[in-house]
Ligand binder design. Structure first.
Ligand code: FES
Ligand code: FES
Length: 141
């Protein structure tokens, strides 16, 4: 897969130094486990929300560089956001995967995944964490 060099560097940085990787020790977090059906890779996302705000997020699981870096970026981007803002981010990410130009001024690293939209199988990888986010927010509502 050919991605712009700068983009690839951002993706590999998140893959090698994932942000928010791990599990919360207490049981106050909402946990969503999702598989990517095409490869069997999985993600477990934990969200801590309070008063409609995503106070903290962590993820674990195994997957390719695209799926794991996307999870790292997503958890960084949604921390401190309201549930509505988090859903808005998820909507913008879908547009990015459809090849639209989208700004992520609040968390620019996400734009490094824009090149993925040319590879349908990779879109599933990149979207896994965001699907987990949507599911986790649905549980909260
Ligand atoms: Fe390109 Fe896996 S990152 S195929
Ligand atoms: Fe499995 Fe990307 S190849 S999530």
């Amino acid at each position: 897969m050919q991605l712009d060099d700068l983009y690839r560097r951002v993706i590999m940085d998140h893959y090698k130094n994932p942000r928010n990787r791990g599990r919360f020790e207490d049981d106050e977090a909402v946990t969503v486990d999702l598989n990517n059906p095409t490869c069997g890779d999985r993600i477990s996302l934990q969200l801590k929300t309070k008063n409609n705000i995503v106070e903290d997020a962590k993820f674990s699981g195994e997957g390719c560089s695209i799926s794991m870096s996307s999870a790292s970026m997503m958890t960084e981007a949604v921390k401190g956001k309201s549930l509505e803002q988090a859903l808005d981010l998820a909507g913008r990410f879908s547009k990015l995967m459809q090849g639209e130009e989208v700004d992520f001024d609040d968390y620019e690293d996400i734009e490094a995944l824009s090149g993925v939209n040319k590879f349908p199988a990779r879109i599933k990888c990149a979207t896994l964490a965001w699907n987990a986010l949507r599911k986790g927010i649905e549980v909260e509502h």
